[in-house]
Design a protein around this ligand. Structure first.
Ligand code: PLP
Length: 399
């Protein structure tokens, strides 16, 4: 099937079949090309491939057939012309910034992004003359006010981590384009099954494949999806030179993950909604944040922009850090780990882990309070998940 033909398939079919190119062996599942380099038939062929005059693999830092298959499948799911796989989600963000920004450029970034994204922009890219202004995700006036003639990129996550705030991608894409800037959307929480930012006007989509794309917490990886020029040429060019590429083994695991992504995301949404409804109104819980609840500030926007509300529920317990830690320590079933998007439910205290490197002021501004807990609802029986959270809540209250 040609790439164009694959694009006509519905989403679940693309998830299972897009990007597969069988070898003459006729294998049914995709093989893993676990090889660092590729051989050439002649000196002339080697020279032609290196010169870019003839297509073909050279070295797995540049291209690898298993990685290519993953890239093609994810590009088909997101509706992008090109996808470049990376060693991690952070490598995807780094590669995008290194390829598309230069010294003197300015970025406007949502305050509610993953902690390492803040540190990358604020600490490391600042050393190379890239300046970043952080704004509240849903304050569109603040986004506009922060834009300067040097602004080249607007960066956001929606739904955000860990507060599940939802921003209007189309509106921010319009704003970015009016000022000659790009809109980059980290689509980790929603995945292309629930939200496709490129269709809404964004220019680039970022993934931490480590999360839902894998789905079973096995490998670290990432991806950048977008147009052929910026992603297929520029981001690929940076990656090929600098090297934070995805390993073929990891690409194969992620390919298998993509096959079940539509089914898993629907199940995650169902369990998360049940957990959010259970948490709402319970004694000792001061706030429940889940875009699927009518009480969520951007519930209507999420219903319009996404085809499901996702698997992440964030809530605040009364009693600050002590109560939150008692909650965490009393659970028996859920995994206390920073990862999310796993079939196993995971529980995180963001203020002391994923967002622990932010200053207390930056955390407060981002709304990451000491009593906040993030549960990435997995695919266990939801009654067992709720029973475990009940144990945690009893301990939080009883301190
Ligand atoms: C929303 C979001 N973006 C990016 C990342 C970074 O991904 P990775 O850990 O694969 O580098 C994470 C990791 O937790 C994340 O939650």
């Amino acid at each position: 099937m040609s790439e164009g033909g694959e694009r006509r398939w519905r989403l679940a079919t693309r998830a299972v079949r897009a990007g597969q190119r069988r070898t003459p062996e006729g294998e049914h599942a995709e093989p893993i090309f676990l090889t660092s380099s590729f051989v050439f038939g002649s000196a002339e062929e080697a020279a032609a491939r290196f010169a870019g005059e003839r297509p073909g693999n050279i070295y797995s830092r540049f291209t690898n057939p298993t990685v290519r298959a993953f890239e093609a499948r994810l590009a088909a799911l997101e509706g992008g012309e090109a996808c470049v796989a990376t060693a991690s989600g952070m490598a995807a963000i780094l590669a995008t910034c290194m390829a598309l920004l230069r010294s003197g450029d300015h970025v406007v970034c949502s305050r509610a992004v993953f902690g390492s994204t803040v540190v990358l922009l604020e600490t490391w890219l600042a050393r190379f003359g890239v300046e970043t202004t952080f704004v509240p995700l849903t304050d569109y006036g603040a986004w506009e006010a922060a834009i300067t003639p040097r602004t080249r990129m607007l960066f956001l996550e929606t739904p955000s981590n860990p507060l599940t705030e939802v921003a209007d991608i189309g509106r921010l894409a319009g704003l970015a384009h009016d000022h000659g800037a790009l809109l980059v959307v980290d689509n980790v929480f929603a995945t292309p099954v629930l939200q496709r930012p490129l269709e809404l006007g964004a220019d680039i989509v970022i993934h931490s494949a480590t999360k839902y794309l894998d789905g079973q917490g096995r490998c670290v990886g990432g991806a950048v999806v977008g147009d052929a020029e910026r992603v297929g040429r520029e981001v690929f060019g940076f990656l090929r030179t600098a090297g934070p590429a995805m390993s073929p083994f990891n690409a194969w695991v992620f390919l298998k993950g993509l096959e079940t992504l539509p089914v898993r995301m629907r199940a995650h949404c169902e369990n998360a909604l049940a957990v959010a409804r259970w948490l709402e109104g319970r004694a000792g819980v001061t706030r429940v944040l889940y875009p699927g609840l009518p009480s969520h500030p951007q519930h209507a926007l999420a219903a319009r922009q996404q085809s499901g509300f996702g698997g992440i529920v964030t809530f605040e317990v009364e009693g600050g850090r002590e109560a939150a830690w008692r909650f965490v320590d009393a659970t028996e079933l859920v995994s206390v780990t920073a990862n999310l998007g796993d079939v196993r439910t995971t529980l995180t205290h963001p203020a002391s882990t994923t967002h622990g490197r932010l200053s207390p002021e930056a955390r407060a501004e981002a709304g990451i309070t000491e009593g906040l807990l993030r549960v990435a609802v997995g695919l266990e029986d939801v009654a067992d998940i709720i029973a475990d959270l009940e144990r945690g809540l009893a301990a939080a209250r009883g301190g």
